[in-house]
Design a protein around this ligand. Structure first.
Ligand code: AMP
Ligand code: ZN
Length: 137
């Protein structure tokens, strides 16, 4: 499954170069060209799925297993002090390439770029309501 206009599909097809760290039948792991930190890499499925909603559950599970494997390996090699694994879905969430990918971001004790947010306040009622609405039944 390929999208002709997708840059990651072109990378998977070998039409655009990438620095590959791992490859198997279903996935490719490559260095991100705009790294948040030294060693920032991306896990991409070889087939085109635009986001988490399209990605089949089985591949989602395999992607997370691969993330664990890569994070363990990269931490050993880079001797980094921490590790972020994150994944954006939709423009509102900061997604810019619409081929599912998982960010693997090594973190260093002396690094200054953190993934931060300001904690918001919702009333106890709103929180109760949300918990009720979001509970999987
Ligand atoms: P996101 O904002 O979650 O969609 O992340 C897209 C990521 O893809 C960004 O971190 C980009 O730096 C990265 N990226 C874009 N083009 C390439 C490319 N040709 N090779 C490797 N990474 C890329
Ligand atoms: Zn694609």
């Amino acid at each position: 499954m390929r999208d002709e206009n997708c840059i990651f599909c072109k990378i998977v097809a070998g039409e655009i170069p990438s620095r590959t760290l791992f490859e198997d039948e279903d996935f490719k792991v490559m260095l991100d060209v705009g790294p948040a930190a030294k060693g920032h890499a991306l896990i991409i499925p070889k087939a085109h799925y635009s986001d988490i909603y399209e990605l089949p559950s089985e591949l989602a599970g395999e992607a997370l297993k691969l993330a664990k494997r890569m994070a363990t390996h990269m931490t050993t090699v880079l001797n980094c002090d921490g590790f972020n694994i994150l994944q954006n879905n939709g423009v509102a969430a900061g997604q810019t390439v619409f081929h599912y990918h998982m960010h693997l971001i090594p973190r260093y004790a002396d690094g200054n770029e953190m993934i931060l947010w300001e904690a918001k306040q919702f009333s106890a009622e709103e929180m109760d309501d949300l918990a009720e609405k979001l509970a999987v039944k």
